[in-house]
Design a protein around this ligand. Structure first.
Ligand SMILES: Cc1ncc(COP(=O)(O)O)c(C=O)c1O
Ligand SMILES: N[C@@H](CCOP(=O)(O)O)C(=O)O
Length: 462
């Protein structure tokens, strides 16, 4: 299995190389040269298996000879051991033919744990083998950062620096990043928004002197392994509702396009998915683009679903690569236009995108209403991101086809919005109940690339 860059000029890499490399050296994102397919019989055989065994069978073809079967199974077992639900990703029914896939039973209460816990194990295995150490820099709108810190804290061969937008994450998200005491963890509150943090991260990767000097590694969805781990729950959910004999659809609360892209890969592998629905909050650049209005940046408006307050949706580049016939030069041109403000999508590419994805948006009021209505009609208390998904799913779903909405975070991560909508203050799980009392450790930093690079250079363990 080889991985190629969406910009077409970086070297082809193996799974392990792509995982440790992060951003391709031509600025692009790695994707599989070919997506392996599962037969209907192989998909049917997933029924009744544990989440871990499903993960092994779905991911195995992508991993090549990086790990043998025994080691890969052990890595997966360790990754999901700390989840608070035996099913890992349980499905609950909201209404006839409308289901919620709860992805918030991991250690930091968001779907990021599915990939990050696995990546933590994969990195440890690869670094132990090579004897290398790496500097992980992550950009977060709240959840990736806490999941990365949880997965890598205390490791002797990894330093973790997380860039988050100052004042634009929830208090629980911030405290999850600023209260760990391990000396290899560094939370940096950037005077900017998430797009600034992500742009700085990509600029660090594109500065080869810095990148090679600190041995930079990335655990954002820039990293293919992040996307891969998220493919698994599309299979587990669809199979439990009758796949491959019955098609299902998914609605995915979307920001950086990593989660929905994992669904697109699942479909490419042969999982019978009817529709993949992109659900955005008021920062609806993806919905506008998929409605034919081009991809044009505007201001980011802080919302009650802050993890999706994103304009430059990193993984959209991966699907554009396919939409433009895997023409790396065309993608590089579009990304250059995006740097200057935006681009229009060609007619052929638009047809491709609209064949693959539907889309919708939820305003702030609609998000709050979705929380209170869902609680009224079922027992489920949604986080605001999941509520964006439920609102859009209700609007666009075909009642004949089961719709699965991804519940991407636990309501307790966003208590203010949830309380406003429902009157309920969702409690944190007991293991986190002292989160508000723990001392915080955070470095406030200007939105200045050189300042960030200097800080990182000065704080990696020597
Ligand atoms: C809770 C939550 N929901 C949804 C999303 C959007 O996911 P993606 O960025 O993969 O589109 C995020 C951020 O990634 C998130 O943290
Ligand atoms: N919503 C994310 C943004 C970063 O996304 P990623 O999937 O590229 O890590 C967050 O919570 O940080």
């Amino acid at each position: 299995m080889k991985y190629i860059s969406t910009r077409g000029t970086a070297p082809e890499l193996s799974f392990e190389e792509a995982m440790l490399t992060g951003l391709a050296r031509d600025g692009g994102l790695y994707v599989p040269a070919e997506v392996p397919r599962m037969t209907a019989a192989e998909i049917a055989a997933l029924a009744g298996l544990s989440y871990e065994e499903t993960a092994f069978r779905v991911m195995r073809p992508f991993v090549g000879d990086t790990f043998n079967d025994e080691d890969f199974r052990a890595i997966i077992a360790r990754a999901y051991d700390g989840f608070g639900h035996a099913a890992r990703a349980p499905l609950v029914q909201l209404a006839p033919n409308h289901f919620l896939l709860e992805l918030f039973h991991g250690p930091t209460l968001a779907f990021k744990d599915f990939a990050m816990q696995l990546i933590g194990q994969l990195f440890q295995a690869a670094l132990e083998r090579s004897g290398d150490r790496v500097t992980i820099v992550g950009a977060t709108s709240g959840d990736t950062g806490s999941a990365a810190i949880e997965a890598f804290k205390g490791l002797s061969n990894v330093d973790v620096f997380i860039l988050f937008p100052h004042g634009r994450v929830s208090e629980v998200q911030r405290r999850q990043m600023t209260t760990p005491t391990e000396s290899n963890v560094h939370a940096l509150a950037v005077d900017g928004d998430f797009d600034d943090c992500q742009a700085a991260l990509k600029d660090m990767f594109n500065d080869f002197q810095f990148r090679d000097g600190v041995r930079l590694a990335g655990v954002n969805s820039i990293n293919w392994a992040r996307v891969l781990a998220q493919v698994v729950y599309y299979f587990s959910a669809a199979v439990s509702l009758g796949a491959p004999d019955r098609k299902v659809s998914f609605t995915v609360p979307t920001g950086n396009f990593g989660d929905i892209f994992a669904g697109y890969i699942a479909k490419g592998m042969g999982l019978p998915i009817d529709r993949l629905v992109v659900a955005t909050n008021q920062n609806d650049i993806l919905h506008r683009c998929l409605s034919g209005q081009g991809y044009h940046k505007g201001p980011t408006h802080p919302s009650i679903s802050p993890s999706m307050d994103i304009q430059i949706s990193s993984n959209f580049e991966r699907v554009l690569f396919d939409a433009y016939g895997r023409d790396g030069a065309a993608v590089a041109q579009l990304m250059a236009e995006l740097n200057a403000g935006g681009f229009d999508v060609s007619q052929g590419a638009m047809e491709f995108l609209q064949e693959q994805f539907d889309s919708g948006r939820a305003s702030e009021a609609e998000t709050l209403a979705a929380i209170s209505e869902t609680l009224r009609d079922s027992t489920e208390l949604l986080c605001p991101h999941s509520a964006v998904g439920v609102k859009v799913a209700r609007e666009l779903r075909n009642p004949e086809v089961p719709m699965i909405t991804l519940a991407t975070a636990h309501p307790a991560k966003f208590p203010a919005a949830v309380q406003k909508a429902s009157g309920i203050h969702p409690p944190l799980p007991p293991r986190m109940s002292d989160l508000y009392e723990r001392p915080e450790r955070v470095h406030r930093i200007a939105n200045d690339l050189d300042a960030m690079k200097d800080y990182i250079r000065g704080h990696i363990a020597k």
